[in-house]
Design a protein around this ligand. Structure first.
Ligand SMILES: NC(=O)c1ccc[n+]([C@@H]2O[C@H](COP(=O)([O-])OP(=O)(O)OC[C@H]3O[C@@H](n4cnc5c(N)ncnc54)[C@H](O)[C@@H]3O)[C@@H](O)[C@H]2O)c1
Length: 449
């Protein structure tokens, strides 16, 4: 099939590359000229394991191309994927301006009957008919009837196909999804979507066809659910600390319960990224607008904000006076295996350290360039994880990259001015820390030393 993808960010680029890998002819369109220029040279603007190889291979084999010409992308694709950003507005509701811009371009240029506009962007529940109307209005201005009756007929359909990929595992998540959700009304479009995803179904993956509003809500519900688990664990960790329980042991008891399961049960510094904070806030804002109770959902974000502040406070308390002291930070990206700094907890935590008068030297395997956008030269960036430690009064672990899990503790102790580790991800064993003579502060567990 011929597929156009509007937006070549995390979701759009992965979508374009993976559909090309499956044998489709794909055109990725973006209004960011710099991004397209880099992609045309085979450079990947984001860090995502495995993506570069797939992009390069499919470009070489001419199944994948990129353009800034969004008009040509309208005429190219039989399927028009929309994967542009939907950042939050002041009210928390998603900013639909980029989706609207793509819808307008489609309505102004659509020239073939029976094209399908597929929303991969995370959009407000119940929005599909509005996007459809927007395209239909542009078509009507050109003398076409976007519906099935009257005028010169130009039928098209807007389908919801939310994306559930995780940054850092995006290729695997796209190729081996837990489920594919498709919200579609017209039977002909339903058939096309079933054909598109038939190879996935053949290899045992589930496709769930539903109405568009339910598909849109499924995306928000999934992220809200996962964020709720994290906030609940963080609140339980806070309670465990005060009551003298060990949240790690509590976690293991919970994870063994089949009704609960083991995923998203790790307490930490609070969640971040471009999706959880935005989507939880958006669902709450949409519910508020609709006058529906959303008190539980609102609390998820409140607990998350408090967790980031609580962790920063805890690290500063362990340090004593922070003024003039050097802190080493391991991990800046909002999670391992990505360079994405959007809503990364490291930002608020490090800002709190700087406000308290500390100096910070940070190390992240891939996120320094993105982190510079947030901190500039207000912090130092170390070339390797051990270099960050020289003369530090504390090591603060914020992101649980694999290479931080089994470090050389002798080397750590020798480089630091004081053997203090503040672990925001509970990746070290407290007893081991005691044996090595570290003061060890973690989440929801008794402090060592
Ligand atoms: N990042 C994730 O892990 C993830 C996962 C699931 C869903 N989503 C959702 O997918 C959507 C995209 O997220 P992202 O992280 O890929 O965003 P992103 O900011 O990385 O990429 C969006 C891209 O769209 C481009 N764009 C803006 N207007 C355009 C236009 N008119 N025509 C063509 N391109 C245009 C931008 O230049 C940018 O490159 C969002 O709605 C997000 O909530 C993201």
């Amino acid at each position: 099939m011929k597929i156009s993808v509007f937006g070549t960010g995390y979701v759009g680029l992965v979508t374009a590359a993976c559909f090309a890998e499956l044998g489709h002819e794909v055109l990725g369109a973006d209004v960011d000229e710099g991004k397209i220029l880099r992609l045309e040279k085979g450079e990947i603007p984001i860090y995502e394991p495995g993506l570069e190889e797939i992009v390069k291979r499919n470009m070489k084999e001419r199944r994948l191309r990129f353009t800034t010409d969004t008009v040509s992308a309208v005429s190219f694709g039989e399927l028009l994927f929309v994967a542009v950003g939907t950042p939050p507005t002041d009210t928390g509701e998603p900013d639909m301006r980029y989706v609207h811009a793509v819808a307008d371009t489609i309505g102004e240029n659509l020239a073939e009957d029976r094209r399908i506009v597929i929303m991969k962007s995370t959009v407000p529940v119940g929005i599909s008919p509005q996007v459809r109307d927007r395209i239909a209005a542009k078509l009507a201005a050109r003398g076409f009837d976007g519906r099935t009756t009257g005028g010169k007929k130009m039928d098209f359909e807007v389908v919801s196909n939310p994306e559930f990929l995780k940054e850092g595992d995006a290729i695997k998540d796209f190729m081996y999804p837990d489920r594919i959700v498709v919200g579609v009304v017209a039977p002909w479009a339903r058939e096309v979507m079933a054909d598109l995803y038939a190879p996935f179904v053949k290899s045992g993956h589930k496709i769930l066809m539903m109405d568009p509003a339910s598909a849109e809500m499924a995306k928000y519900a999934a992220n809200t659910f996962l964020a709720a688990r994290i906030s609940l664990m963080n609140q339980l960790a806070g309670i465990a600390e005060v009551l003298g329980a060990d949240i790690e042991q509590v976690r293991q008891a919970l994870a063994s319960d089949q009704r609960i399961g083991k995923h998203f049960l790790y307490p930490g510094v609070g969640y971040g990224g471009s999706c959880f904070p935005k989507d939880v806030t958006a669902l709450a804002a949409t519910a508020k607008k609709a006058g529906v109770d959303h008190s539980l959902i609102a609390a998820i974000e409140e607990v998350n904000a408090a967790q980031k502040a609580r962790f920063a406070k805890k690290a500063l308390e362990a340090l004593g006076s922070a003024r003039g002291k050097k802190l080493a930070v391991w991990g800046l990206a909002f999670k391992p295996k990505t360079d994405d700094m959007r809503q990364a907890p490291s930002v608020e935590i490090i800002e709190a350290f700087l406000s308290a008068g500390a100096t910070v030297t940070a190390y992240d395997p891939v996120a320094h360039a993105e982190a510079r956008k947030a901190f500039g030269d207000r912090i130092a960036y170390a070339e390797d994880m051990y270099l960050a430690l020289d003369g530090a009064e504390a090591l603060v672990v914020i992101t649980e990259w694999a290479q931080f899990r089994e470090p050389d503790f002798q080397k750590i102790g020798a480089r630091m001015a004081r053997k203090l580790i503040v672990d925001g991800r509970n990746i070290y064993d407290p007893e081991h820390m005691r044996e090595l003579g570290f003061t060890y502060v973690s989440i929801g567990r008794p402090t060592i030393g």
